[in-house]
Design a binder for this molecule. Structure first.
Ligand code: HEM
Length: 495
């Protein structure tokens, strides 16, 4: 089998570590520290734009891979076996069958109309105020801010998804169930390259207990929610209501429980971690914070969601944070259609798992065309000699420059490299809500506080200690929030 995989397999011409082409266990052995994003960056530097990272898996670093995999509602790339991890509880984030996914997506769409999202904004604002009050209590003192943003993300999700208040911000402490959930996500760090190992673990008595506990917890949330009457529709309301109206509640139970897991994973952690990186960036770049404060000082009301939608620097900061620190660093794999596909001028055979690591693509440099041939020949030495790092998708790609998203568009050379919410059929359904949450918290805190690292620290451990646990898990954000001294008068409202 090993000889077949190395010398005769359809991917034999793609370069990569030989043992990776023999078994995915090679990848697990190299991800025990949950640093898959760093491993893939090294493989990119060593082998180029197409790297064989498994017997039937390619990791592709060209920006074109993103539209190829995701763009277009009729895109023929599918979700690979990794998405079966939580079966039989298959929610929207995990559904692999495209016709079932299309149907479930229509059900979910009702929970994310503009009107529905406007109703959730009341909850977002209430929890943002609680977050601000918590920060006010430790004003001028060193805090590890990660937990504040995590509590915000989970409190909002609890309310918006299940009409449940986890009370973490108000109580200033972790809810025990959320700890279970966080531990469940941690196992995805080392095991994510081999979905079958995760499944064996979760199907075996005593194996992958954290993952099982996480799934069990999500099931309990949906089961409890079904017994609840609510005045204000939450996301679960639309999902349960659809099944009730169609008399399919019994058959839909596993799907609804899977949806609870989808909501929890997709809807809380992603927002929280992005806010952690965003405030890390504001502390590292005080000049950007200052520009943001000037912009916010010009608004009549910093909690006006429609005004924040048009605040250019605020939105530039959010985009730039997600470019440099995407919520999924290496995840969201896809499988090529049976007939194969052309990606960046190369034919990739059918039923091959493709990984497109946003973390690297967002700040990569192109290999010159000659490099492509060198990769094809699979000669490392030749690759090094012939390929030239000629151009990046983003000018000064490693720098934090929010203006590239509004006043300096010439600094974006290839927009395909940026898709933090994905595209096409599987595009993030919670994108509008997520952006509203991030705008609301950032505007509220930045308008009231300066944020800085404690003396002698540069905060880099936020990045350096980041773990790739399917979602990104940032290192400790140790910062001091200090009340701002000066606030300019708001601009008079134009008639
Ligand atoms: C910064 C915040 C967020 C980011 C960066 C993000 C990113 C993503 C990405 C990349 C996907 C595509 C996954 C795939 O390709 O399989 C996705 C899907 C999804 N997201 Fe988000 N997300 C965020 C917030 C949210 C929120 C707040 C919710 C809901 C309350 C949410 C719910 C979902 C769901 C349900 C899907 C699955 C969509 C489908 O398969 O049709 N996300 N998200």
């Amino acid at each position: 089998m090993s000889i077949y995989r190395v010398f005769f397999h359809r991917l034999r011409r793609f370069p990569g570590p030989v043992l990776a082409s023999v078994s995915k266990l090679w990848h697990v052995a190299h991800c025990l520290d949950s640093k898959n994003h760093i491993l893939l960056e090294k493989l990119h530097n060593e082998y180029g734009d197409f790297v064989r990272t498994g017997p039937s898996e390619l990791t592709i670093f060209t920006p074109d891979v993103i539209p190829a995999m995701f763009e277009g509602i009729n895109n023929t790339f599918t979700r690979p076996a990794w998405f079966d991890t939580s079966r039989p509880y298959s929610g929207l984030t995990n559904e692999r069958d495209t016709s079932i996914h299309n149907h479930r997506r229509r059900v979910w769409d009702q929970a994310f109309t503009s009107k529905a999202v406007r109703n959730y904004e009341v909850q977002v604002k209430a929890y943002a105020d609680q977050l601000e009050q918590l920060i006010a209590q430790s004003e001028g003192q060193l805090v590890v801010a990660n937990q504040y943003f995590q509590w915000f993300g989970f409190d909002v999700m609890g309310q918006v998804a299940f009409s449940k208040d986890f009370n973490m911000l108000r109580g200033a402490q972790w809810h025990s169930a959320i700890k279970v959930f966080r531990d469940g996500l941690a196992i995805l760090g080392p095991l994510t390259p081999v979905p079958w190992l995760m499944r064996i673990g979760s199907d075996t008595p005593g194996g992958s207990n954290d993952l099982k506990a996480m799934i069990k917890w999500a099931i309990q949330q949906m089961d409890a929610r079904m017994k609840l009457e609510v005045d204000q529709p939450d996301v679960s309301h639309y999902l349960i209501d659809w099944s009730r109206k169609n008399n399919t509640l019994k058959e839909d139970m596993d799907t609804l429980r899977g949806d609870a897991l989808s909501l929890t994973v997709a809807g809380s952690d992603t927002v929280a971690l992005t806010l952690i990186y965003l405030f890390y960036r504001l502390a590292r770049h005080p000049e950007e914070l200052q520009k943001l404060q000037t912009e916010l000082d010009g608004l009549e009301d910093v909690s006006d969601f429609s005004a924040l939608q048009h605040a250019e620097h605020l939105n530039g900061i959010i985009n730039e944070t997600m470019r440099l620190h995407p919520a999924t660093l290496t995840g969201n794999h896809r499988e090529t259609p049976p007939e194969g596909a052309m990606i960046s001028g190369r034919f990739v055979p059918g039923n091959i798992v493709i990984c497109s690591p946003r973390y690297i693509i967002g700040k990569r440099k192109y290999f010159a065309h000659a490099g492509q041939y060198a990769v094809w020949l699979g000669r490392k030495a030749l690759l090094t000699r012939l390929s030239k790092l000629v151009e990046s998708c983003f000018e000064q790609a490693k720098e934090f420059i929010p203006e590239r998203w509004y006043s300096k568009p010439e600094m974006i050379k290839n927009k395909s490299a940026y898709a933090p919410f994905a595209l096409g059929r599987y595009v993030c359904i919670g994108k509008t809500l997520a952006l509203q949450e991030m705008r609301c918290v950032t505007a509220l805190l930045a308008s009231k506080y300066d944020v800085s690292f404690p003396p002698g620290e540069d905060g880099r451990s936020v990045e350096e200690d980041t773990l790739d646990q399917f979602t990104s898990s940032p290192g400790e954000l140790r910062v001091i929030f200090r009340a701002r001294q000066k606030r300019l008068e708001p601009k008079p409202r134009s008639m």
